[in-house]
Ligand binder design. Structure first.
Ligand SMILES: *Cc1c(COP(=O)(O)O)cnc(C)c1O
Length: 356
C-alpha cells in the first residue's frame, strides 16, 4: 500500500532527491566513488557546494551582500550561535512556541533578553500582534513557523533592528523578502534534505559588533570567509539538498510552491472546519500551511485513538499530534503530493460517515 508521509521532521522528500542521492551513494558524478567516500575538496564536490549556494540565492532571490552557509549542529546550535555572534547587551525575542523558548534560553546566557510578546497564555495557539520592537535591541528573533503548534508568520515583518528568523519548517514554502532579514536559519530536515545540515543565510555586515571572543567554529565569519568549507561540511546532506533545490526550480520555484502549499493546506483546513467530528486548534488567521493541527471535536474526544488507527490502516503515517497539543498534526511540506492530502480528507469523511 502507498504510504502517505505526514511526519513533521525528518519528513517527506521528493522522489527526485531520494533517487539521485541513492545513485550518488553508489557512483558520484561518474567518479566511480561514492559521494560518501570522496574528498570534500575534490572538484566534483566543490561544484556541488557552489551550485547549492547559487541555487539558494537564485530561488530565494537573495540580494548581494549575503552568504549562504551549510553547517552542522542543527537549528538548535544556532540558538546559541546567534547571541554568541550578535548579542552585546540586549536582544528581543517573540515567544511563539517550544522552539522560540529554546532559543530564548540560549540567548539569556549572553545578555539581557526582552520577550516582546508571547502566546504561551493560550498554549501558543496564535501569533501575538501589535507588539513594539525595542529600538535599542541588538536584534529581534522570530520563529516563522511553529512546527509543533501549527501557527505561522506568513509575511516578512518590518523590524527597526536586525531581524533574525528560524525558518526550519517553512523555508522554500513561499517567497521571502530576504532583504528584511539579517539572518535566516534552519535545520534542513523539514523541507529540504536529510538531517545533518543546517542552512544559514547571513548578511555579511551584521558581524563584528560584539566584544567577546568567539570560538573559531562558532564564529560565522570563519564560515563566510571559507565559503562554508572551513572544515568538512555535511557532504551527503548537502548533495541531497542540491537535488531538492533542482526539483524546486523545475517545479517553478517558491512562487509556484506557495500556490500549491496554500491549496493543499486550504483543502485540509476546509475539511477540518466542515467535518463535525474534528476541529482546528489555532487562530484561523495564523494557521500554518506546513503543519496542520487538529483534534477531535467536543463530544468525540474518546474517538481519537480510533481515528488514528483508521487513518493508519489507510496508509497515513506520522499524523499523531505532538504531545503538548495532542490530537493530530498533518505536515504538508513541499514534497507531499496533493493525493496524500486527498487521502487524509477521504479518511476523515469516511470516519464521520461510519461513526455518526
Ligand atoms: C525542528 C525545529 C528545530 C530544531 O531543529 P534541529 O535541527 O533538530 O536542532 C528548530 N526550530 C524549528 C522551528 C523546528 O521546526
Amino acid at each position: 500500500m502507498k504510504k502517505h508521509n505526514f511526519y513533521a521532521g525528518p519528513s517527506i522528500l521528493p522522489d527526485y532527491t531520494i533517487e539521485n542521492t541513492a545513485d550518488a551513494v553508489r557512483d558520484f558524478a561518474g567518479t566511480g566513488l561514492s559521494v560518501m567516500e570522496i574528498s570534500h575538496r575534490s572538484k566534483e564536490f566543490v561544484a556541488v557546494m557552489e551550485e547549492a549556494q547559487a541555487l539558494f540565492k537564485e530561488l530565494l532571490n537573495i540580494p548581494d551582500g549575503y552568504s549562504v552557509l551549510f553547517l552542522g549542529g542543527g537549528a538548535s546550535t544556532q540558538f546559541a550561535m546567534i547571541p554568541f555572534n550578535l548579542l552585546n547587551k540586549k536582544a528581543a525575542y517573540l515567544n511563539t512556541g517550544a522552539w522560540s523558548k529554546k532559543a530564548i534560553k540560549e540567548a539569556k546566557l549572553f545578555g539581557e533578553v526582552d520577550i516582546v510578546a508571547s502566546s504561551e497564555d493560550k498554549n501558543f495557539s496564535y501569533i501575538p500582534k501589535g507588539y513594539a520592537i525595542p529600538e535599542d535591541a541588538d536584534y529581534f528573533h522570530i520563529t516563522t513557523n511553529n512546527t509543533i503548534y501549527g501557527t505561522e508568520i506568513r509575511e516578512d515583518i518590518d523590524s527597526p533592528v536586525p531581524l533574525v528568523a528560524d525558518m526550519s519548517s517553512d523555508i522554500f514554502s513561499r517567497p521571502v523578502d530576504v532583504s528584511k532579514y539579517a539572518i535566516i536559519y534552519g535545520g534542513a530536515q523539514k523541507n529540504l534534505a536529510p538531517a545533518g545540515v543546517t542552512f544559514v543565510i547571513i548578511r555579511n555586515d551584521i558581524l563584528g559588533k560584539v566584544d567577546r571572543k568567539i570560538p573559531t567554529m562558532l564564529n560565522y565569519q570563519t564560515h563566510i570567509d571559507k565559503g562554508s568549507m572551513f572544515n568538512t561540511p555535511p557532504v551527503l546532506p548537502v548533495f541531497a539538498a542540491l537535488q531538492t533545490l533542482k526539483w524546486l526550480k523545475n517545479k517553478g520555484g517558491v512562487e509556484e510552491m506557495n500556490k500549491i502549499n496554500v491549496k493543499k493546506a486550504g483543502m485540509l483546513y476546509d475539511e477540518i472546519d466542515r467535518n463535525s467530528m474534528f476541529k482546528g486548534t489555532v487562530a484561523k488567521e495564523d494557521r500554518s500551511i506546513m503543519n496542520v493541527c487538529f483534534v477531535m471535536n467536543d463530544g468525540y474526544e474518546e474517538k481519537e485513538k480510533a481515528f488514528l488507527d483508521f487513518a493508519t490502516e489507510r496508509g497515513m503515517i506520522g499524523i499523531k499530534g505532538h504531545r503538548s497539543v495532542g490530537g493530530f498534526r498533518a505536515s504538508t511540506y513541499n514534497a507531499l503530493p496533493v493525493e496524500s492530502v486527498e487521502a487524509l480528507i477521504q479518511a476523515m469523511q469516511d470516519f464521520e460517515t461510519y461513526n455518526k
